[in-house]
Ligand binder design. Structure first.
Ligand code: HH2
Length: 287
């Protein structure tokens, strides 16, 4: 099933990730594989290499274009993990899934982990810290991987204590614009870059809702937008549901994001999101 829109094709409609080329005239699904004991909604579920590989194959069968492998939880209050431990968790999974021919993204904020994962076959680097760690921009510049740079206020340990903005949409846009400029100065071509407002990362419920409503002003920055709202606490705050019962609200949020211009959805529930996008796409093409 292809999710196409009516806009005209051009080179600007593609995101290049190593040997992969994502056609952004359609939204794509990034399926989450957390090989962590403590992730907020699926911690411990995909531990063990065989479990994680099987989960990756399942997500691809359900419609994911990208598999995002993470070895450190960045949920609010999470304790940092050493790069050595993170590498131990992610490398066999990245290598195994890349060898099977899938577009594997490494979800990390550590330069050492980026280096290891790129060597193991990752074609995308997804950094919640926006490549601000020492050496991260240089490592990504030397690769041909796709890059996702995300906005976060503070760090995971403390970011939800007192998030403060005068205008969250403008401030996130300003931050992302500067990250894209720094990436460009470091030699990372715009065709490899996507940006993410970072839902839940140093933001109150109100900030997250305002960001979702104002998403189209981030689209105006000129880079594809990736969003991760799947099962996040803002949805729990709105619906009163626990993490496992946030599939419906995650689908609603994903569709609002796509309607406002998001092009990559980072989700846990790939099959449900894929079905929702089929409906969205059918409506788009009916005109
Ligand atoms: N959210 C999480 C992790 N990585 N990457 C991007 N680009 N955008 C996001 O919104 C994002 C992300 C947090 O979600 P999850 O991986 O499910 O949980 P945890 O950090 O607890 O492992």
């Amino acid at each position: 099933m292809q999710f196409t829109t009516n806009s005209a094709p051009s080179e600007g409609h593609f995101l290049y990730c190593g040997s992969f080329k994502l056609d952004l005239r359609q939204p794509h699904i990034m399926g989450i594989i957390n090989v962590t004991p403590d992730s907020f909604s699926d911690g411990g579920k995909h531990e063990g290499v065989e479990n994680a590989l099987a989960h990756g194959r399942k997500l691809i069968a359900e419609g994911a274009a990208i598999l995002d492998v993470g070895g450190e939880s960045t949920r609010p209050g999470a304790q940092p993990v050493s790069p050595e431990e993170e590498l131990r968790r992610v490398l066999p999974v990245v290598k195994g899934l890349a060898e099977e021919g899938y577009l594997v993204s490494i979800d990390t904020r550590h330069t050492e982990v980026m280096i290891g994962a790129l060597k193991a076959g990752a074609a995308m680097v997804n950094d919640v810290n926006g490549l601000r760690a020492e050496g991260a921009l240089a490592v990504c510049s030397e690769s041909d991987a796709g890059i996702c740079m995300m906005h976060m206020q503070g760090d995971p340990l403390t970011m939800q204590i007192n998030p403060t903005y005068v205008n969250v949409v403008l401030e996130v846009a300003e931050f992302l614009k500067h990250r894209a400029e720094d990436a460009s100065l470091a030699g990372i071509g715009p065709e490899r870059i996507c940006l993410d407002p970072g839902f839940g990362f140093g933001k109150t419920v109100q900030h997250n809702l305002e960001l979702l409503r104002g998403l189209s002003s981030l689209v105006d920055l000129g880079y594809p937008l990736l969003v991760g709202l799947s099962r996040k606490s803002v949805l729990g705050a709105v619906t009163g549901k626990g993490t496992e019962d946030r599939v419906h609200s995650s689908i609603a949020a994903a569709l609002i994001a796509v309607q406002h211009g998001a092009r990559i959805l980072r989700v846990h529930d790939v099959a449900a999101t894929h079905n929702a996008l089929a409906v969205w796409s059918a409506v788009e093409q009916s005109g």
